[in-house]
Ligand binder design. Structure first.
Ligand SMILES: C[S@@+](CC[C@H](N)C(=O)[O-])C[C@H]1O[C@@H](n2cnc3c(N)ncnc32)[C@H](O)[C@@H]1O
Length: 208
């Protein structure tokens, strides 16, 4: 889908809810393992239907802020409804229908943490996206990417079907580092997110 000068990343459609919920039964636990905590200002970059957005709002609580950005208005609407159903305070999440590649001047607050889940593999210009995130992130903040492991697609089954991006689009953590580190980030750590994912967390140095 192309909207004006912006375009959706390839292989970035929101998966069908049934198997996604089965694969990620405890999104809040995943976010805590990635180091997201009470009081943080977080950007859920490419939030999709909000599988991680509502748990983010629960974790950061009233002292934190959540911004959720997606290019697709339909996804934002689904994510909003999910948050409402979960009883999230309507003002707790700022919804942004926008392009992940152009963040400057778009965000209502400076994020201390940027999460990009299940989307980075499809970004055509990964160094540019990394620079964009670096520029909006607060010094001392973190950028986390959640990716499918570099395994053959036929081996990553859920409900009896191969799932996730095509094998050729998958990345090792080392390949992600090669794309992200030149923006100025430092590696914080790599976290296993079984059965098929890893999270890779980068720091923006305080003095940058
Ligand atoms: C596979 S979904 C992942 C959603 C969510 N992060 C998750 O893990 O459940 C990828 C999302 O990226 C969004 N997207 C694709 N290209 C984008 C762009 N250029 N800017 C912002 N969002 C984009 C899609 O609309 C889709 O909702």
């Amino acid at each position: 889908m192309t909207i004006g000068q912006t375009a959706k990343f390839p292989a970035s459609s929101m998966p069908d809810g049934d198997w996604w919920k089965l694969l990620w039964p405890n999104p809040e636990g995943v976010l805590r393992r990635l180091g997201i905590d009470f009081g943080v200002t977080v950007l859920d970059l490419c939030c999709g239907d909000g599988h991680f957005t509502t748990p983010l709002a629960h974790i950061v609580g009233g002292m934190g802020r959540v911004m959720a950005l997606d290019l697709d208005a339909e996804m934002i609407e689904l994510a909003k409804r999910r948050a409402q159903r979960a009883g999230v305070n309507p003002g707790a999440i700022r919804w942004l229908e926008s392009d992940a590649c152009k963040l400057q001047g778009v965000l209502p607050a400076q994020p201390e943490y940027v999460l990009m889940a299940n989307t980075f593999h499809g970004v055509p210009d990964k160094p540019q996206l990394s620079r964009e995130v670096f520029n909006v992130l607060k010094p001392g903040g973190q950028f986390a990417i959640v990716n499918w492991h570099f395994r053959p697609r036929e081996d990553t089954t859920v409900m009896g079907e191969p799932r996730g991006p095509e094998t050729r689009m998958r990345m090792t953590p080392e390949q992600v580092m090669d794309e992200v580190l030149p923006a100025g980030f430092r590696l914080h750590g790599v976290i296993e997110l079984p059965p098929y994912h890893y999270g890779i967390v980068f720091d923006k140095p305080k003095a940058s």
